[in-house]
Design a protein around this ligand. Structure first.
Ligand code: CA
Length: 291
């Protein structure tokens, strides 16, 4: 009898052990899903966009390969009213591989930093409504955005920073050569513009690179100083903007912008301390070159 029972006992132990391992794997996976829910799916209370680094919520990024694109306004025959000479001349620009936030930085992500750095009572809070954790952080200055990136760098050891203007346009175009990423017109089903407030960071379809809301929702701070004539003199590989200046660049237009301001080549600027409701940002991460 014992010869018959022994194999059954062994089988039972193996089944129990396997079940425990599977449940641990499932628990681990569900923890990951909790913070990196696929976009366009409803989030439950307490679920936030982002990934966890040592249990700290940080933005999810998309790795972009090195590429070449034509920077500037390519379509002068369209008679754009808002196009200015700062979008000329059109040049082929090479951008090295880098990572860019899949979404604009959210209130939930920024709040972690605000608590850690004592900025809980700063201007961004005046615009932050509870329940809007997955909306873009707004009312933040270029200096606030820089401080957030520096904090991310300090806790992760990764080179978080703001994207350059060239990186921003490369990612926003996603290989397009038109006025907007999907053509020469922009419709209300593609982006949040001409409206009264922000939308959740995954509200509209992503572009060809899998990145959301490059156009509209919040204007996005870039790392560069603004230079009106910079496109005439800039290097063609990884331009970083003028070495000095008075204003920092913003791109993409925001929820209250007219469509012309949301053109993918449009350039805007503010003092680095300037704060307004429709201004936010997304992060970039440098990829170390191996050669
Ligand atoms: Ca945006």
């Amino acid at each position: 009898m014992s010869k018959k029972i022994l194999p059954l006992l062994i089988l039972l132990v193996v089944v129990c052990f396997t079940s425990q391992v599977n449940s641990q794997e499932k628990a681990s996976t569900s923890l990951l899903i909790m913070v990196s829910k696929p976009a366009d799916k409803p989030l439950k209370v307490g679920e936030f966009f982002g990934i966890k680094f040592n249990d700290i919520l940080v933005p999810e990024t998309v790795a972009l390969t090195k590429g070449v694109f034509k920077r500037g306004f390519h379509n002068p025959n369209l008679g754009c009213q808002e196009c200015s000479r700062d979008e000329q001349p059109v040049k082929e620009i090479t951008v090295s591989a880098f990572e860019l936030g899949r979404f604009e930085v959210t209130n939930a992500q920024y709040e972690v930093f605000a608590k850690a750095s004592g900025r809980e009572n700063a201007d961004w809070v005046k615009f932050y409504t509870r329940g809007k954790e997955n909306y873009p952080v707004a009312n933040v200055s270029w200096s606030d955005a820089q401080a957030y990136c520096a904090w991310l760098q300090s806790i992760t050891g990764r080179e978080y920073r703001l994207p350059t203007e060239a990186e921003w346009e490369y990612a926003a175009r996603a290989a397009s050569t038109t006025v907007y990423p999907n053509g020469n017109e922009l419709t209300g089903s593609e982006a949040n513009f001409n409206r009264s407030g922000p939308d959740r960071v995954d509200k509209y379809k992503p572009n060809r690179f899998g990145i959301y809301n490059m156009i509209g929702n919040v204007w996005e701070w870039c790392s560069d100083w603004y230079g009106e004539f910079y496109y005439s003199e800039s290097p063609e590989i990884d331009p970083q903007g003028p070495s000095t200046g008075q204003y920092r660049v913003l791109r993409g237009g925001g929820w209250s912008s007219a469509p012309d301001l949301c053109r993918v080549s449009n350039r805007f600027w503010h003092n680095p301390g300037f704060i307004l409701e429709g201004r936010g940002f997304r992060v970039a991460v440098s990829i170390k070159k191996t050669n």
